[in-house]
Ligand binder design. Sequence first.
Ligand SMILES: Nc1ncnc2c1ncn2[C@@H]1O[C@H](COP(=O)(O)OP(=O)(O)OP(=O)(O)O)[C@@H](O)[C@H]1O
Ligand SMILES: [Mg+2]
Length: 602
Amino acid sequence: MEQAAQIRRMPIELANKIAAGEVVQRPASAVKELLENAIDAGATDISVLIKASGSNLIQVRDNGTGMSSQDAAQCFERHATSKIAQAEDLENIRTLGFRGEALASIAAIAQVSLKTKRQEGTEGTHVRIEGGEVIETSPCATAVGTTINVRNLFFNVPARRSFLKAPTTEFRHISEVFVTCALANPWTAFRLEHEKQEVYRLAGSRAENFLDALRERLRVVLGSKVARHLVRVDEGTSYISASGFLAHPEHARKSRKNQYLFVNGRPIKSPSLNHAIRSAYDAILPEGQKPAYALFLNVDPRNVDVNVHPSKIEVRFDDDRGVYNFIQAICRRALGVAELIPQHPGAVSSLSFQQERSDSSSSWSPPARADELPALHGHQTSIVYEVEPSRLPSGADPKPSGFLWQLQDSYILTQLSNGILVVDQYAAHQRILFENALEDLRSGAGLSQQLLFHHLICLTQQDCQLLRELDPLAKALGFDYSISENRTVTVRGVPSHIRVGAEKELLQSILDGYKESSETELAPLPAEEKMARSLATRGAIQPGVKLSDEEMRTLIDRLFECNEPYRTPGGKPTLIRVTLEELNRRFDQRMVDHGEPDEIIP
Ligand SMILES: Nc1ncnc2c1ncn2[C@@H]1O[C@H](COP(=O)(O)OP(=O)(O)OP(=O)(O)O)[C@@H](O)[C@H]1O
Ligand SMILES: [Mg+2]
């Protein structure tokens, strides 16, 4: 006997209710959607009124374009949108909304009232909808723009309602969504009221430049103390541009609060880009501390997919790795220019004194990396750094002092325009060798220095086996050897750039290092990395080795050409910068004596 069919189409209200769960997880998600609709409608004045942390009432009023009565009746239908019309439009999204499901979702799980009027309309439209069912549509008197009241959110989804956190937590989320939207739209006036208390009143900025407008807003959002010490970022390539501000490390916190990241005006969460920014602070922030920032990225919409998640909070770039590198490089450079992290000595001047430098006979070669960004897709365009001449080292001498001193034959000291730099020669050389080795392993073409006298080593059974396994890696690093039947290895060449005197024992010592790192590492590292680390620790100049001026210079130059100049592969610092401020503080002299500028970058 044939069984009755089990599958049936669910009623639209139920489907909407289920789908709503993805878009509206909490009151703050509804606030976000309504604010984004107001921004898409071109509003210049947006007011949000909240009761009971959004579970009783969320009201968003805007002075945007408003809707015709026909659109007002339709806007709550699922997949109803004015923002895209055909598949190709998905490739070129310039609005915050495009899925046509926010209002349908909100209306499926709340009691909603909409009043809206267009500029050219004579009368407005009032729509009431509850649990997805339209209850009333009528003409009404209202101002141009749109006002939406969302009452009793989740009234028909008791499970979701009971999962809401404490009212203060829910309101904190709302406030966060509000502030994020206000930062991205500094020319728009915003107001937030909770339980009849005005929480924010933000006038629309009159500044012409986005960064100036953003800075005004950050002053309110982050407080004037934090805003006084902002580092400005404004850089671009033909693929991506980034502008915004990074906060001074002293304002870092344990939480992620005050980390704002946007792509094409859309707030996003990206652990990977967070990491890129945080890594720029590595040398100056202890672990667990998170810097504050507001960074706006702009990319051609064709190169970024914003349709990764219904809440549109995640994006994917077609060159994720390139974007990561770009962000890391520009943040490092911005912090370096602001002298918050050590840069190649003289790098600050070099950014502003291109002309002079080319005439200069200084033996400091221009920093190779400091002026270069990873050129995404090969085209690097404008790099804008606004360093006021008055902020540059006095006398605007493009040449750094050139002074170098080796302390205890272990540390190299050099002068920066605002302090001193202490480089640990062993740690620095490890970093250089490590990155070189990785590069050689990748390209398979490590340079070899041939030994005048071949060196013979006798390996144990186990080491011999290991060397055979690692043979391609060892050869790629620049080792040149052969293994005989009786486990004797004739070493004819070793990787170049290793310390003088290390040649003899190097191969054996690398095998030992490789085994050690296999035993001690918590997370297993790829063989290449273990090999590179082993070469770095065994082949680097040891403490206690006297270096010539030229060697010290080369070491510093090459350190600053590294991708991660501040740490050894094992995570130890390679350098420390002692600022004048710190010296003054230690000697208990007040900053005023030195006329420290208030802000780091204008
Ligand atoms: N505040 C508003 N002012 C003017 N029109 C609005 C407003 N809010 C919504 N609309 C209209 O209603 C439509 C549906 O809004 P809804 O938020 O549901 O979808 P969307 O914004 O197009 O896409 P998404 O679901 O991604 O937000 C919008 O496309 C827009 O035309
Ligand atoms: Mg929308």
